[in-house]
Design a protein around this ligand. Structure first.
Ligand code: PGA
Length: 265
């Protein structure tokens, strides 16, 4: 099964509107439209700059997609008494094609539970926005050798009760918490083992055919120096990039490495 790779940049709480637009423009200037025919490139700026990045897509015909970093778990019903939150309709209105959910920073700092992540995934799918569902273990769980069981449980709960065809539209990002922003990474074989477990879990939930089509990304200190070894693995279909995505040249390098390793160039 040939899956379309994804390289997604998670810009987190970095960059003002003008810096986001500049970064998106630099990436656009260095990508040719054919670069994105065989793979998806996704930029996930802070909420306040989604419109700025989507303007670059509209005006420059940039070949990437824009995504959000989170969404509220409920549809506003009548009065939307959710100060400070962003609804799925607001993201759809800004032409967001993807949305990260369940990032460990949102789980830890904003009280995201598996149940909420499940609700977010359903809402996004209903609005034709592809959820990028993050999962990943802490250092303690990793040391206790319980990673596969833990990550598999996160994926099961995030997708519980969702129609198998809709599960097939989701993207999963495996991000060990201890690797995020630290410079530490698992071995490529270790990451592949967890991603294979994720695919087996998806197969239990949605059947083998659908599971074989779902894109699974690796995230956590991915950079040009280490991207190749992860992207070479069978069950790793791309990367969710934090720090290195803030540097246009590093991000573009990872895109090129992905194209080469996956046989697209
Ligand atoms: P990092 O972040 O690449 O800076 O480790 C990845 C992420 O948090 O998605």
């Amino acid at each position: 099964m040939k899956r379309k790779p994804i390289v997604a940049g998670n810009w987190k709480m970095n960059l003002t509107w003008s810096s986001c637009v500049r970064l998106a423009q630099t990436i656009s200037d260095n990508l040719v439209s054919t670069d994105c025919e065989t793979m998806d490139v996704v930029l996930c700026p802070p909420f306040t700059s989604i419109k700025g990045v989507s303007n670059v897509i509209d005006f420059d015909h940039a070949p990437f997609a824009v995504g959000a970093q989170d969404v509220h778990w409920e549809m506003p019903d009548g009065v939307a008494a959710c100060t400070g939150d962003i609804s799925v309709e607001m993201l759809a209105d800004l032409n967001c094609e993807f949305c990260i959910i369940g990032h460990s920073e949102r789980r830890d700092d904003n009280g995201d539970t598996d149940e909420r992540i499940n609700m977010k995934a359903r809402l996004l799918l209903e609005h034709n926005i592809i959820p990028i569902i993050c999962c990943g273990e802490s250092e303690e769980i990793n040391k206790a050798k319980q990673t596969n069981e833990f990550v598999s449980g996160q994926v099961r709960r995030a997708l519980e009760g969702i129609d198998p065809r809709d599960i097939g539209r989701c993207v999963i990002a495996y991000e060990p918490i201890w690797a995020i922003g630290t410079g530490n990474v698992p071995t490529p074989e270790g990451a592949q083992d967890v991603c294979a477990t994720i695919r087996n879990t998806l197969s239990d939930l949605a059947g083998e055919d659908i599971a074989s089509e779902i894109r699974i990304l690796y995230g956590g200190s991915m950079k040009p120096e280490n991207a190749e070894v992860f992207l070479k693995e069978n069950d790793i279909d791309g990367g969710l990039i934090g720090g290195a995505a803030l540097d246009a040249m590093k991000f573009l390098d990872i895109i090129k490495i992905c194209q080469r390793v996956k046989g697209l160039s």
